[in-house]
Ligand binder design. Structure first.
Ligand code: DX5
Ligand code: ZN
Length: 229
């Protein structure tokens, strides 16, 4: 198979603060910014949609003045509509809702756009690509979960690779600027696989903030795509 040579600058990194040292969050976000992060990924969990609790809008509000990077908020919550405005007002640039998180996805996406924010939709590992077909023309971003959401540091699910390929083709044939992002278990070994499948934005938590040699070194490792380049 012909593997395209990719410019490493075409790959965007979105460090997830889920694995950061939250006691020194501003510093940790600064390290990601200096390491060349494209955006900061904020994981919001409600204890219902996923079996874990994390951040609310107030964290976004406090983060907003400490970084120039866009903040993307990944809402792993049921009925996200009720919190869109609060996160937008707190300073989120992109709001990502789950396809599985509500019933009226089109309305939710239109609400995000009406708030003047970029609209993303995430899908769980067991959700087929086809579930995005009708909403895709309206999206700025698709987030393919490469683990079951809820926790950082889980093992990458290789069974999601064909779906990444399918969604890449769907976006390319539409010809829109929709970004294709992946989230979960992304490290220097799995990054080349997802990029080869068509992902261009990589969320990474544990492989960046859990690295013993620091955030910048970990980000360099993620950008080194080995065989893909
Ligand atoms: C998982 C979250 C992820 C998480 C990824 O439910 O949505 O964003 O931070 O963490 P890693 O990169 O450690 O798998
Ligand atoms: Zn996430």
């Amino acid at each position: 198979m012909m593997i395209p040579r990719l410019d490493e600058t075409a790959i965007k990194l979105a460090p997830s603060i889920l694995s950061a040292d939250v006691a020194r969050l501003a510093e940790q976000v600064g390290e990601a910014e200096q390491g060349g992060a494209d955006r900061i990924h904020v994981d919001v969990m409600d204890g219902h949609f996923v079996p874990n609790l994390t951040f609310g809008p107030v964290i976004v509000k406090w983060l907003r003045p400490v970084t120039r990077l866009p903040l993307e908020v990944h809402l792993m919550i049921d009925n996200p509509d009720q919190f869109l405005e609060a996160f937008a007002e707190a300073g989120a640039n992109t709001l990502i809702v789950h396809q599985e998180g509500g019933i009226h996805l089109n309305r939710t996406v239109q609400q995000i756009k009406a708030l003047g924010r970029r609209a993303g939709v995430a899908i769980n590992p067991a959700t087929p690509a086809g579930m995005l077909e009708e909403i895709l023309p309206d999206l700025d971003l698709v987030l393919v979960m490469t683990v079951n959401p809820g926790f950082g540091g889980q093992r990458f699910l290789a069974g999601t690779l064909p779906k990444i390929r399918t969604i890449r083709q769907m976006i390319d044939s539409l010809g829109t600027n929709c970004e294709l992002e992946v989230d979960g278990g992304i490290d220097h070994k799995t990054a080349p696989l997802v990029v080869e499948a068509g992902a261009r934005v990589l969320v990474a938590g544990f492989s960046i903030y859990g690295a013993t040699d620091g955030v910048a070194a970990a980000m360099d490792r993620l950008r080194d795509l080995g065989g893909v380049r």
